[in-house]
Design a binder for this molecule. Sequence first.
Ligand SMILES: [Cu+2]
Length: 164
Amino acid sequence: MPATRLILFPLWLLAGLFALAACAGGSEGELRLESGVIPMPPAGAPMAAGYFTLHNETGSDWALESARVDGFKLTEVHRTRLENGMLRMRRAESVRIEAGEQLRFEPGGLHLMLMTPTQPLKAGELRLARLALRNAQGETRELELPLAVRPREAMAAPDEMHHH
Ligand SMILES: [Cu+2]
């Protein structure tokens, strides 16, 4: 086999890889939030949870840096897990979303934990959530999404529905 063929093939492969890398460059495409909701917590509950879906339509991976929701002094990102038969939630130290993926904040999983309310929630109102994300190239994005406060009945757990 002529030596040139051995050389040409890797060059062609490399060219292809560079083209791919160029397409995957950081800042093209959108980070999108949708389906924002805060289920109304039980009366007297000290905190509420916020849910949404984050879509990464960019070519980079992003890390969630911070989250805030209007009307709460403190917002943390928590993850609920089943541990020894008990549902427990802990602060999520690092929340990442890969290129092309979607990340759901949902009951039983990731959620925004909304603490120290400065104004009581009312069913039907909207509370603005602001998220800050950063990618590996150091770019940052700020995203906003209104979270709709849902009446509690709409998301009541089955075991709570036996009590009238
Ligand atoms: Cu929580």
